[in-house]
Ligand binder design. Structure first.
Ligand code: FAD
Ligand code: NAI
Length: 470
């Protein structure tokens, strides 16, 4: 019997839907199986898109309240949380409907149900009404993403103890929000609720925020967030949350377990658990298939995204690498091309990473700590936004651009930006790094004036100690 599909993709997040579209473009007959009612995965439904909608709206509120007067605009903004949440939901709807449209446009069959991998070329689907169907195909791509990492003893009820999903829909502004984990989610959603009026305390296990991010940048961001009113308790862990109608008490102890250390009790109306995410393979039935997982329960794949079972591939958050939407998308594209007999590839050295706080942080390539650990000789070019004309008139002078270039070849090895609109500014650095460009190449590229990106050019000039405006 001929296979019904060339490719079945399980999960329609950024990895899955992009993979399906690329495969359809290449002439394959494709189906996507998604257990959620809407497409777009974590990112569009409960991740990137709703969090950025709330960051945008809460930033606008803060600007209207604290930034407008300096420009001669008097305003007295008033928060209507229900309408702000509706604004966020509308943004999500526009995006998930967009994915449904794209799947249809590309003649991809969108099946709503829970998929199980029965073996190479065989997928089972359980529909919401309990019906079961078996589908046949040549290739399977598992793109089932990730789920919230939990802490023992802290049961997430999405009301008092919440994950990022609950924190995107709190029905009222908590007076006190305690965030566990000073990673990306903790800082982004902590920023949202602080701007809306919460007192925010972030408890972090390590002695620094944002592990993995260039330490210079992380230190600067922490200082700026503290200036905005966010509080931090580093080298600490939450050991218990005692819930009571009179108020919840959170027990915080030194991370080292040292009983003589600086433990404390904190009051919190809501506790956000943001200690990472774990790959999601539950219910896929992989145990019976021969598809192997690593020690962190990520699906093991080779450089062509193929698992230990020929014809079964995996991409995105469910495999190793940064848990980022654009990484999942690029893997989806590459996997589709490989399955269609072409040469798909992802350059893991050039994957940007953005934290959408104010100011934003955007980085690509190696941090100073990574270069030191690898024994690479490098030069640093740094330029502050206090010396950038556009930032001065915009009153967004917090932050800097730091470029790390190979000391011998001048090739750019890392770019780290902390600034307003850093998320948009990082793109040129990605392109130049993709082409193996040097700081000299970037410094000799004409940048429009007045723009914030002139600071990127100046940082490139600063690598050779010849910045003009400093
Ligand atoms: P997912 O998006 O998780 O999609 C997997 C899909 O598979 C889901 O829809 C799920 O329902 C479905 N599925 C699972 N099992 C089955 C099954 N058995 N049968 C059928 N369907 C199944 N990344 C960024 O790059 N930028 C950001 O700004 C950003 N913000 C974030 C904010 C938050 C609050 C969170 C939680 C994450 C954020 N991320 C961000 C991370 C980003 O969401 C993920 O990296 C991305 O969604 C991973 O894509 P994916 O396709 O691998 O998986
Ligand atoms: P994270 O990995 O970014 O940060 C988790 C933090 O929690 C770390 O600082 C860690 O040291 C700390 N931690 C771990 N256990 C702890 C404990 N018991 N007590 C106190 N602190 C503890 O994870 P996060 O923020 O949950 O985000 C998950 C993923 O989602 C990230 O890996 C990121 O890739 C993705 N994401 C990306 C965004 C973006 O690109 N802008 C936005 C939000 C999420």
């Amino acid at each position: 019997m001929p296979e019904a599909y060339d490719l079945i993709v399980i999960g329609s997040g950024p990895g899955g839907y992009v993979c399906a579209i690329r495969a359809a473009q290449l002439g394959l007959k494709v189906a996507v199986v998604e257990k959620r009612a809407t497409h777009g995965g974590t990112c569009l439904n409960v991740g990137c898109i709703p969090s950025k909608a709330l960051l945008h709206a809460s930033h606008a509120l803060e600007e209207a309240g604290h930034g407008f007067a300096a420009m001669g605009i008097d305003a007295e903004p008033r928060l209507d949380l229900a309408r702000m949440l509706a604004f966020k939901d509308e943004g999500v709807k526009g995006n998930v409907d967009g994915v449904a449209y794209l799947l249809k446009k590309n003649k991809i069959e969108a099946i709503h149900g829970k998929a199980t991998v029965l073996g190479a070329g065989r997928v089972g689907v359980t529909f919401p009404n309990g019906d079961i169907q078996r589908l046949e195909c040549r290739s399977i791509v598992i793109a089932t993403g990730s789920d919230v990492a939990r802490l023992p003893g802290l049961d997430i009820d999405e009301q008092v103890i919440v994950s990022s999903t609950g924190a995107l829909s709190l029905p009222k502004v908590p007076k006190r929000l305690l965030v566990i984990g000073a990673g990306v989610i903790g800082l982004e959603l902590g920023s949202v609720w602080r701007r809306l009026g919460s007192e925010v305390l972030v408890v972090e296990f390590l002695d620094r925020i944002l592990p993995g991010t260039d330490a210079d940048v992380a230190r600067t961001l922490q200082r700026l967030l503290m200036k905005q009113g966010m509080k931090f308790k580093l080298s600490s862990k939450v050991t218990a949350v005692a819930r009571s109608p009179l108020g919840n008490k959170v027990a915080i102890e030194p991370a080292s377990g040292d009983s003589d250390g600086d433990g404390m009790m904190a009051d919190a109306d809501v506790v956000l658990v943001a200690v990472g995410r774990v790959p999601y393979t539950e219910g896929l039935g992989l145990e019976a298939t021969g598809v192997k997982l690593d020690n962190r329960r990520r699906i093991l794949v080779d450089q062509h995204f193929q698992t230990d079972v020929p014809g079964i591939y995996a991409i995105g958050d469910v495999i190793a690498g940064p848990m980022l939407a654009h990484k999942a998308e690029d893997e989806g594209m590459a996997a589709a091309e490989i399955i269609a007999g072409k040469a798909g590839h992802v350059n893991y050295d050039v994957i940007p990473n953005v934290i959408y706080t104010a100011p934003e942080v955007a980085t690509v390539g190696k941090s100073e700590e990574e270069l030191k650990a690898a024994g690479v000789a490098y030069r640093v070019g740094k330029f502050p936004f206090t010396a950038n004309g556009r930032a001065k008139v915009n009153r967004t002078t917090d932050g800097f651009v730091k470029i790390l270039a190979d000391a011998d070849t001048d090739r750019i090895l890392g770019v780290h930006i902390i600034a307003d609109q850093a998320s948009e500014m990082i793109a040129e650095s990605c392109v130049i790094m993709e082409f193996g460009g040097s700081a000299e190449d970037l410094a000799r590229t004409c940048h429009a004036h007045p723009t914030l990106t002139e600071a990127v050019k100046e940082a490139a000039l600063a690598v050779d100690r010849r910045a003009i405006h400093m």
